[in-house]
Ligand binder design. Structure first.
Ligand SMILES: Cc1cc2nc3c(=O)[nH]c(=O)nc-3n(C[C@H](O)[C@H](O)[C@H](O)COP(=O)(O)OP(=O)(O)OC[C@H]3O[C@@H](n4cnc5c(N)ncnc54)[C@H](O)[C@@H]3O)c2cc1C
Length: 265
């Protein structure tokens, strides 16, 4: 790992100003994805700007119809939140099954979505629930946030400050996880709201994606059987690693059915 400058930011303004000043800086939150990247020398920033102690970035606020999660809130905190369990149980359950205890105690929602790993769990939740991402300078819809493999709509020095979720009528997440890492080989989140159903898939493709045919069928009748015979083409899916593209395509329908069954309780 190359030598670098370390800054501990005290505020959002301080963090953004420090990154702007750096030759090639990176924000550091829980370090669960960035530190392995640095150790493997897949990136060599001149500066790390830690956002972990910025008070304004941390915490959970639940109000009627909406849930706000600050960027540095850990997966363990989301999983343990009684308020989130009551408002969006599928979201708390998703956080509970990220990685292992160490990853959940250090890893944060802001770091996870900024990293945009194709097998990460949160992207499915954000897209299915129709969340919005707040940054230091704007609001980005989840549909526009995830733009590709490890790619987001964030500018190089843009800081995620929070994620806002509308509370759905029902939602659930079903994941077929890698035994080794617990990352999703295929994970599907379904969310039913007054305006219809959204289905978002992570792990199977190069980035999170929605399945329109499933959304239509479930909006007409919210039941696992509504998905009988609906499949996604394997051509655009990840091929190799833990599973072939054909197997991932099969899993999308199986996990979607399981998620609907779980949402129905
Ligand atoms: C063994 C292992 C197993 C894992 N299993 C899973 C799993 O099952 N499911 C899953 O979803 N994830 C899994 N992860 C990833 C984990 O969830 C990470 O916590 C997450 O991907 C990154 O969050 P972090 O806070 O650690 O971010 P960091 O590692 O600190 O940062 C990651 C990236 O995000 C940027 N960043 C961080 N915070 C912000 C911010 N506020 N605004 C803008 N950019 C920011 C950083 O610059 C960096 O590029 C696993 C990780 C490990 C090591």
């Amino acid at each position: 790992m190359k030598e670098l400058n370390f800054h501990r930011a005290s505020s959002v303004e301080d963090a953004v100003a420090s990154l702007k000043k750096a030759e090639s800086g990176k924000y550091l939150s829980g370090g669960q994805s960035l530190l392995p990247v640095l150790k493997l020398e897949m990136a060599a920033p001149s500066d790390l700007v830690s956002v972990a102690k910025i008070k304004d970035l941390h915490g959970i606020r639940v109000e009627p119809g909406k849930v706000m999660i600050g960027a540095t809130t850990t997966h363990a905190e989301v999983a343990a939140s009684a308020e989130i369990r009551a408002a969006i149980p599928g979201l708390a359950a998703l956080a509970e099954h990220i990685g292992d205890a160490q990853v959940r105690n250090r890893g944060t929602i802001g770091g996870s979505i900024a990293h945009a790993d194709p097998a990460a769990d949160y992207p499915a939740a954000l897209v299915a629930l129709g969340a919005t991402v707040k940054t230091d300078r704007r609001t980005i819809s989840a549909d526009a946030f995830f733009t590709g493999l490890f790619e987001t709509a964030l500018e190089a020095d843009e800081l995620v400050t929070a994620v806002h979720f509308p509370v759905p009528e029902r939602s659930a997440y079903a994941k077929f996880a890698s035994h080794a890492s617990k990352y999703a080989i295929c994970g599907v989140m379904v969310a039913k709201t007054a305006s219809g159903v959204r289905v978002a898939v992570t792990g199977a493709g190069p980035s999170v994606f929605r399945v329109e045919a499933m959304e239509k069928a479930l909006s007409a009748r919210f039941a696992p059987e509504s998905l009988d015979g609906i499949t996604v083409p394997s051509a655009d899916l990840q091929d190799g690693g833990d599973a072939s593209a054909e197997y991932r395509a099969h899993l999308v329908t199986v996990m979607a059915k399981r998620a609907v069954a779980a949402a129905l309780g």
